[in-house]
Design a protein around this ligand. Structure first.
Ligand code: KIV
Ligand code: NA
Length: 276
């Protein structure tokens, strides 16, 4: 059965860790859901992972809805959160609410996630009042990473640490049901986690968050490019995929694939056909 916001909040209260993985398509969503991952996140990281951009900035509402709808079809019983893309909630509360409602209605997502701190509280409040559950996202916020000076650990001096704690509390007060914390030292993420009633979901934020999120393709080892320190590869699919494709190439080229077992048997006498 599909989880509810109440179930997710109860997991923090009950001390059970929350597992979150990103998914962008029906096939992977279906696989992950069959493993009882608690939440599927249609991250705007799909810009890099699926669409070949070098940041999340170009990702559109159409992209997010296209992928989130596929995830919903692949995992009809999963709790699905969809990222609001850059630009879809930055031009006022009304635009944000229109776009949040579109994600829920057109993609069938259960909630949205958006990046930002104090400046986004009014948007979070507007969405929640309109019936759109919101997960916040603080620390390293990839949509505005260039303003932060790149992909760097956040909250490293006292002032920045204090600001992150204040942002977390303000987002909870604005009505966020959960909070992603990205690239923040473990002890600071622990302080934020214990100062909130809503669950924190960490990525590069240590073991004391109420849950963890990773990009599915990262934890499956599908990328051979640079991986951030916080990624653990639970499988090495890239070499396996390459070995399989190379074997296929060579079998097609040397005629050993397809074999008789992959071919349909003939039941006709072709002499007439050949004579025509
Ligand atoms: O877009 C994304 O994948 C995310 C998570 C990594 C938190 O926002
Ligand atoms: Na994201």
């Amino acid at each position: 059965m599909r989880k509810t916001i109440r179930d997710i909040r109860a997991m923090k209260a009950g001390g059970s860790k929350i597992t979150v993985l990103t998914a962008y398509d029906a096939a992977m969503a279906s696989l992950f859901a069959s493993c009882e991952v608690d939440i599927l996140l249609v991250g705007d990281s799909l810009g890099m992972v699926m669409l070949g951009y070098d940041s999340t900035v170009p990702v559109t509402m159409a992209d997010m809805i296209h992928h989130a709808a596929a995830v919903r079809r692949g995992a009809p019983d999963a709790f699905v959160i969809c990222d609001m893309p850059f630009g879809s909630y930055h031009t006022g509360v009304r635009d944000a609410v229109i776009n949040g409602l579109r994600i829920m209605k057109e993609a069938g997502s259960d909630a949205v996630k958006l990046e930002g701190g104090l400046e986004m509280c009014v948007v979070v409040k507007g969405l929640v009042e309109a019936g759109v559950p919101v997960m916040g996202h603080i620390g390293l916020t990839p949509q505005t990473a260039s303003q932060l000076g790149g992909y760097k650990v956040q909250g490293k001096d006292l002032e920045a640490a204090r600001r992150l704690v204040a942002e977390a509390k303000a987002l909870e007060e604005a009505g966020a049901f959960a909070l992603t914390i990205e690239c923040v030292p473990a002890g600071l993420a622990e302080i934020i986690t214990s100062s909130l009633a809503i669950p924190t979901i960490g990525i590069g934020a240590g073991v004391h968050c109420d849950g963890q999120v990773l990009v599915g393709q990262d934890m499956l080892g599908m990328f051979e490019k640079f991986q951030p320190k916080f990624v653990k590869q639970y499988a090495s699919l890239a070499p396996q995929i390459k070995a399989a494709v190379e074997e296929y190439n060579s079998e097609v080229r040397n005629g050993s694939y397809p074999g008789a077992e992959h071919s349909f048997a003939d039941s006709l006498d072709y002499r007439q056909l050949l004579a025509e």
